[in-house]
Write a protein that binds this ligand. Structure first.
Ligand SMILES: [Zn+2]
Length: 186
């Protein structure tokens, strides 16, 4: 096994249970929600992932971490906070966000059952309780923590910058921790 040789260091005989739905796609201005189909197809075709279709997150689940009025704005596309944090609102974007956060919950459940799991999408780490930010609408990391108050939650954020929304959420709980701004240079 050579350092840096992904092909020889990845076990394709045990593909990772991975949440993904075709609904993850939306025609956003950045690649954020245009790339999931490519990543999912590539990972599945290479034998690294077995895909599982998540149920979109429900409004009642989102209400655990976001005010009902904000959730309603995003669901209906009406109101001052209805821009999906991408600068616009569309049914595709809304449905994609709901599916992706459903995938975050499904991945957490599969990980608890099987030891490891993944979701082909982001955690929306910039979203705060009352509003979105930085292409993030509903905070999937805080959502998983809120749905599992009996567990100790540790978030390792490998994005190049910090997840300010996740930090605000997780700092307010006693059962979750965030290690962020882990930088990778290529
Ligand atoms: Zn970010």
């Amino acid at each position: 096994m050579k350092d840096g040789d992904l092909r020889t260091t990845t076990d394709t005989t045990h593909p990772i249970r991975t949440a993904y739905s075709a609904s993850y796609f939306a025609n956003t201005s950045t690649p954020s929600m245009r790339k999931p189909p490519l990543v999912a197809r590539g990972a599945a075709d290479a034998g690294y992932a077995t895909l599982f279709d998540p149920t979109p997150v429900a409004a009642a689940e989102l209400a655990k971490i976001h005010p009902a009025a904000y959730v309603e704005n995003i669901l209906t596309g009406k109101g001052p906070l209805s821009h999906c944090a991408f600068g616009f609102w569309s049914e595709d974007c809304r449905d994609g966000v709901l599916a992706i956060d459903g995938g975050n919950l499904l991945a957490a459940r599969m990980a608890l059952e099987h030891g490891i799991a993944a979701n082909v999408a982001q955690g929306f780490h910039h979203a705060s309780s009352r509003n979105g930010g930085g292409f993030c609408t509903f905070n999937g990391l805080a959502l998983v923590a809120a749905m599992h108050p009996d567990l100790d939650i540790f978030v390792l954020d490998c994005d190049e910058h910090g997840g300010d929304g996740a930090q605000r959420f997780l700092m307010s709980t006693t059962h979750s921790r965030l290690l962020e701004s882990v930088r990778f240079f290529f």
